[in-house]
Design a protein around this ligand. Structure first.
Ligand code: NDP
Length: 477
């Protein structure tokens, strides 16, 4: 038998991806460094479709029809390079290596370049949806050459998630590292979404005085409206869960220190390099980092805060409505920032990424899937070269309607001492973008004062310097 596709690396992700291919009628060659995993897969799930178990790299490659399609699902980083070193010499021109791991897009660019010299296609494919997504349909973000997508596209479309309108959640994002770049920003947006939801929860608890089970109900209601999304849905599930051992709300028995695997941090690092203000995503990454500084938090617990006054029943209701508006407005801003970063990456690396297509493939399968993404796609359908999501008339009017509530929520949060870095960063971004004048003019004056860094004038072309240490006359720089 010859297999149409092969998967090497059979931990949770690779195993489920292989099963997904097999369940969709493809013959799948399976391989893992430790052969026991390969045999376990075939023993447990062999009845689901056609698998060809290969113990050695040579057998694995021999089992694949040509041009070969070889999916690598191993630990990201050095293990991916090790696997490439092992397989590349066994392949022939035209064959494809697809890296479905969470690789850094710069590594993907390097690997693609190196393998292209051998005539091999290297496809860095971002895959989102966790192990359930891998099995039942993930959102897939492949980069690499257009030729490789011609061969792979139909298979990926078959195993991917489908949006509500039936469209597959996969598209050829762009050349070389474009897919992994977009997956990285997806995760950055995911961090921001989670942080904003966390702030909404904290406000409902500490300002409105609701219990976790009540807050779960509020999130369930929100999930029937414009906030309808996977993350809101699971938030309600987590908040209503009661710990079996203690009978307390589950959220109260979990240590409040958030961990991270790095893709959110990459999103911010790359944004800094590209000069893109992703302040909401950055605050989300920093909030996780702050939560983990147990010693620092312990040492700070005695610091003064405001006297908190609990809201009355009717006030709490109205407050919850305002929090929904603040959450929605902040969410628009974090997606605005994320899409700005994708546009900037596309420009920097010449990827020509279709932002509407990206929002379209995030509608199903991935962690940030949401009804909201249909609106983003509609915005880019209306105008493909939209300078920013905030320039879309629908989003602009929604924020206009939400802004009073958004500001009031931040006032309450500040007065009650509830940290809301995500909501605050989003509002500051919004207010800065719409400002007539920014204090950046003063910054330029200071820079010219201490470093003769020069400035431009509003009324004339050119660069100027004021002789601050002398008679303060202005000279052409
Ligand atoms: P892990 O990241 O835990 O990786 C384990 C797999 O990598 C095993 O098959 C292991 O083989 C193999 N491996 C590790 N080192 C080497 C090496 N030097 N040479 C050959 N094989 C090696 O598995 P996951 O399934 O969790 O993730 C796979 C990839 O998918 C990762 O890049 C991850 O970031 C990404 N991903 C994961 C998601 C998730 O929800 N878990 C979601 C989206 C992407 P062995 O059995 O022999 O040890």
């Amino acid at each position: 038998t010859s297999a149409q596709i092969g998967v090497t690396g059979l931990a949770v992700m690779g195993r489920n991806l292989a099963r997904n291919f097999a369940r969709n009628g493809y013959t799948v060659a399976v391989h893992n460094r430790t052969a026991a995993r390969t045999h376990a897969l075939v023993k447990e799930f062999g009845h689901e479709g056609e698998f060809v178990a290969a113990e050695t790299a040579k057998d694995f490659v021999a089992a694949l029809e040509r041009p070969r399609r070889l999916v690598v699902m191993v630990k990201a980083g050095e293990p991916t390079d090790a696997v490439i070193r092992e397989f590349a010499p066994l392949l022939e021109p035209g064959d494809m290596i697809i890296d479905g791991g969470n690789a850094h897009f710069a590594d993907t660019r390097r690997r693609e370049r190196e393998l292209r010299e051998q005539g091999l296609h290297f496809v860095g494919a971002g895959i989102s949806g966790g192990e359930e997504g891998a099995l039942h349909g993930p959102s897939i973000m492949p980069g690499g050459s257009p030729e490789s997508y011609e061969s792979l596209g139909p298979m990926l479309e078959k195993i991917s998630a489908k949006a509500a309108d039936g469209a597959p959640c996969v598209t050829h994002v762009g050349p070389d590292g474009a897919g992994h770049f977009v997956k990285m920003v997806h995760n950055g947006i995911e961090y921001a979404d989670m942080q904003l939801i966390g702030e909404a929860y904290q406000l409902l608890r500490d300002v409105a005085g609701y219990e976790p089970a009540q807050i779960a109900d509020i999130f369930r209601t929100w999930n029937t409206g414009r906030l309808d999304s996977y993350l809101i849905e699971i938030t309600a599930e987590v908040l209503s869960h009661v710990d079996a051992a203690t009978g307390r709300p589950f959220v109260d028995v979990v240590v409040d220190q958030a961990e991270q695997k790095g893709t959110g941090r990459w999103t911010v690092q790359i944004a800094l390099d590209l000069g893109v203000p992703v302040s909401g995503i950055a605050e989300a990454v920093f909030a996780r980092s702050l939560s983990g500084h147990a010693g620092l938090r312990e040492a700070s617990r005695g610091l003064a805060g405001p006297k908190a006054a609990a809201l009355g029943e009717a006030e709490a209701q109205a407050f919850a409505d305002r929090v929904e508006q603040a959450l929605y407005a902040s969410k628009i801003v974090s997606y605005t920032q994320g899409f700005h970063e994708i546009a900037a990456g596309s420009e920097e690396y010449g990827w020509d990424i279709d932002l509407g297509a990206v929002s379209s493939i995030w509608r199903g399968g991935c962690i940030i899937r949401a009804a909201f993404l249909d609106r983003i796609r509609a915005a880019y359908d209306t105008r493909a070269d939209l300078p920013s999501l905030l320039s879309d008339a629908t989003f602009a009017s929604e924020i206009a309607a939400a802004q009073d509530a958004w500001r009031e929520v931040l006032v309450s949060a500040t007065l009650q001492g509830v940290p809301t870095p995500g909501f605050a960063a989003a509002l500051a971004y919004y207010d800065a973008l719409r400002a007539e004048r920014l204090p950046a003019a003063l910054t330029q004056g200071q820079r010219d004062f201490f470093g003769a860094h020069t400035y431009r004038r509003v009324d004339r072309e050119g660069a100027f310097h004021t002789l601050w240490g002398g008679d303060r006359s202005e000279v052409d720089a």
